[in-house]
Design a protein around this ligand. Structure first.
Ligand SMILES: C[S@@+](CC[C@H](N)C(=O)[O-])C[C@H]1O[C@@H](n2cnc3c(N)ncnc32)[C@H](O)[C@@H]1O
Length: 381
């Protein structure tokens, strides 16, 4: 099946225009608006250079569509995201929580294929794995940045360049499963975003949302102290780097508080029912022990992956710190401090992840619903 075989997902020109990206040099299979000749959602299946959709800052590539999401979109970042993929797989044992429910919803029901939408798909690792597990389903991954290095895609998986902050009316009432993981830094208003994601579901469809908490816990599962000044025992440079990153992202307008409030925000969504969440504490480094050999092994793998992705994360945040005005010395102290502390395991810490889920109810989409975030998340909370 080619990308153009998909029957859902074409952004109508009635939605707000966007995408200033030049796409001349990219072999795109564009999904054109039915009302204008200008493509607004780009579907691509090329392994050719996609750099015209990127910009370069401090030696790293970033998406060129949206300033809010200021994390790299390059090979180094994709390697971090691939390790994250594995981390989640080990943490929840599968690609998704609420297995029975998800499998029931995605069971084949010919003649129509099941539809899965992955918002902020990154490397598309999750989208591709879902397409393989559910070969009768059609999976679309959308992202601000192209990912031209991980092809070929399974035949039932397609990627599109799209900004979910601009509304998703082209997907309303069409999906059986909507997935969103680790996207809070790119979301302007998370309450609005949950509502928008829920609108993409058919009644009975499921929304799966996963976010990690920037507040680390110590070995006693209590608040981890940040390092200040020269640092010292019981203080963490990684916790400090996350704290500074969180505040910087918040000032830039990202809805980072949703990392803590995710489940509550989903409960508040009038289009969702049966909302719940699973929590996983991931040891940062292989220091935690399990009570069985299997659990021990799982914690060791999780610890190693979390340590690696944490070190990679601080590297990915360097341009963010610099652009926010942190001095080179401060950035170096946070980066080097994090590396030393995590490599030497001087602090034993956990990172908390929430895997939230909800089911689309039968409440119709209000006709007067604006398809854009009204206020920033910070203004609301
Ligand atoms: C940390 S990565 C997570 C990728 C993937 N969900 C995963 O868990 O491996 C966040 C991804 O969301 C994408 N993203 C952020 N803001 C977005 C937006 N407004 N619209 C579409 N994608 C966005 C980024 O480009 C990036 O690929």
């Amino acid at each position: 099946m080619s990308g153009s075989d998909f029957s859902f997902g074409t952004r109508a020109s009635g939605s707000r225009g966007h995408h200033s990206a030049v796409i001349d040099d990219v072999d795109m299979e564009s999904v054109h608006s039915s009302l204008t000749s200008a493509p607004s959602v780009y579907s691509y299946n090329s392994s050719r250079d996609g750099t015209t959709l990127l910009r370069f800052v401090q030696g790293r590539a970033f998406n060129a569509q949206n300033d809010l999401y200021f994390f790299p979109a390059d090979e180094e970042e994709f390697t971090r995201l691939e390790k994250n993929d594995l981390k989640h797989l080990v943490a929840i044992g599968r690609l998704y929580v609420e297995q029975e429910k998800v499998q029931r919803i995605l069971a084949p029901s010919p003649p129509l294929p099941k539809q899965i939408l992955d918002l902020g798909t990154g490397t598309a690792g999750w989208a591709m794995a879902m397409a393989q597990e559910f070969p009768h389903a059609e999976v679309i991954g959308i992202d601000l940045a192209p990912n031209t290095s991980r092809f070929p895609l399974p035949p039932n998986c397609r990627l599109e360049i799209d900004d979910f902050n601009l509304g998703l009316p082209h997907y309303y009432n069409s999906c059986d499963l909507v997935h969103s993981r680790a996207v809070a830094n790119g979301v302007q208003d998370f309450k609005w975003y949950i509502n928008e994601a829920a609108k993409c579901l058919k009644p009975g469809g499921m929304l799966l949302m996963t976010e990690g908490n920037h507040n680390l816990l110590n070995a006693a599962k209590e608040h981890q102290e940040c390092a200040f000044g020269e640092g010292g025992p019981g203080q963490s440079w990684f916790a400090r780097a996350l704290f500074e990153g969180h505040n910087t992202l918040k000032r830039r307008g990202s809805s980072v508080d949703a990392r803590v409030l995710l489940e509550n925000l989903m409960i508040e969504c009038p289009l969702l029912t049966d909302v719940g969440a699973h929590t996983r504490l991931m040891p940062v480094g292989p220091w935690d022990r399990g009570s069985t050999p299997e659990e021990d092994q799982q914690k060791r793998i999780l610890g190693i992956l979390t340590r690696q992705t944490s070190i990679d994360l601080i590297g990915a945040m360097e341009p963010l710190y610099v652009s926010a005005g942190y001095s080179a010395a401060d950035v170096k102290q946070m980066v080097d401090g994090t590396k030393n502390e995590l490599n030497q395991l001087t602090e034993h810490m956990y990172m908390k992840w929430k895997y939230a889920y909800g089911t689309r109810n039968t409440v119709p989409i209000p006709t007067d619903d604006e398809c854009e975030p009204e206020k920033s998340f910070q203004e609301r909370h």
